[in-house]
Design a protein around this ligand. Structure first.
Ligand SMILES: [Ca+2]
Ligand SMILES: [Ca+2]
Ligand SMILES: [Ca+2]
Ligand SMILES: [Ca+2]
Length: 355
């Protein structure tokens, strides 16, 4: 029962006529439409001392009760698709006479929507009009192109001298995203590559606040999760294809419809054969013919480096490119065969003259 005080009133003689009804005002409303009549004994209605049928009703003396304000999300789900709005309702108790301005704060943080995610911009206060017990705040998502997580907009009521904050004091609208992640391959092996090891790194190129996961496939194998954003393979010589789509972690059906792919070829070094040493009687020098064969399905481009690891004694290479003196068995001497392209299956020969 609300705080109230009563005064005993001695009524004088009542006018003749029918009995006077009383009214039910248990809520203590001012200027409210009377909707129910009271009988003596109900809701504090009493009979006048000097008249058997005249009754009175208690009234409130003093200030009306402070209104209590609450907030709720009457439409908690909003979405970029179709500009599906979300709505908060701020409600007050008690009298609806006079406007009431209510303050609120807008939550911030990594999971919260920001001002670029919805319209209109919220001011931090809203006014319940005179005669109204509530006001609605409706926001409409902005259909941007960013890949985002489901973002929340949380409003929390702030107290003021004009009202008390009741429960619930906070409400949340969630904005569903409609943009799948777009896949980007950030690092990959060279093409062609002389290395069997292949490292790939990838990411979502239209990254907003969304969290992407990935599925990797090599040479049309069954895709497997590669959530770390990178993957390593060891592959045989030959042609290979890598494929990866980015997927919305919050909604697996929201995936990049056109995965990124990368094709590359792993090559083996050209094979090398040589003749034995042949002595030229006129010049009294020795020569060795070297043949290089490209056994790959792709062309190889020089320069090529030939390691001469079978020398049994020091030798001097005459007119060779890159190195003139070969010392053995010190280290691994090599000569450079200059640039040029070896088509698949092609051979190239050179003669190494030794002094
Ligand atoms: Ca909605
Ligand atoms: Ca957005
Ligand atoms: Ca969108
Ligand atoms: Ca978006």
């Amino acid at each position: 029962m609300s705080a109230a005080s009563f005064r005993r009133k001695i009524f004088g003689n009542s006018p003749s006529g029918p009995s006077f009804p009383s009214f039910e005002n248990a809520a203590g409303l001012d200027n409210a439409t009377i909707s129910a009549l009271s009988a003596v004994g109900a809701n504090g209605a009493f009979a006048a001392v000097n008249h058997p049928v005249e009754i009175g009703s208690p009234g409130t003396v003093g200030a009306p009760p402070t209104p209590v304000v609450t907030i709720a999300a009457t439409d908690a789900m909003a979405a970029e698709t179709g500009a599906d709005p979300g709505t908060f309702r701020v409600t007050r108790t008690g009298s609806t006479v006079g406007a009431l301005t209510v303050n609120y704060t807008i939550a911030t943080g990594p999971t919260q929507a920001s001002t670029g995610d919805y319209t209109p911009a919220l001011s931090g206060s809203v006014t319940i009009a005179s005669g109204q017990s509530f006001v609605d705040i409706t926001i409409t998502p902005i259909d941007d192109a960013l890949f985002e997580r489901p973002e929340t907009l949380t409003l929390t009521l702030g107290d003021s001298g004009s009202y008390d904050v009741g429960a619930p004091a906070a409400a949340t609208v969630t904005i569903a995203d409609n943009d799948p992640p777009v896949t980007r391959i950030d690092s990959m092996p060279a093409n062609p590559s002389g290395m069997p090891a292949a490292h790939f790194a990838f990411s979502a190129s239209n990254a907003g606040s969304g969290v992407a996961t990935f599925e990797c496939s090599i040479d049309d194998s069954l895709p497997v999760p590669c959530t770390a954003g990178s993957v390593d393979y060891t592959v045989a010589p030959g042609g290979h294809t890598f494929s990866v789509p980015a997927i919305d972690q919050a909604n697996a059906s929201n995936r990049d419809a056109s995965p990124e792919t990368y094709a590359w070829t792993v090559v083996v070094p050209p094979s090398v054969t040589s003749t034995g040493f042949v002595r030229d009687r006129r010049t009294a020098t020795y020569a060795q013919q070297i043949t290089i064969t490209n056994n790959n399905a792709v062309a190889l481009t020089g320069p090529f480096f030939l390691v001469l690891d079978a020398l049994s004694a020091n030798a001097t290479l005459v007119n060779a490119t890159g190195t003139t003196t070969i010392s053995a068995p010190l280290g691994s001497p090599y000569i450079t065969v200059p640039g040029g392209t070896l088509a698949p299956g092609d051979t190239a020969s050179l003669v190494l003259p030794f002094a």
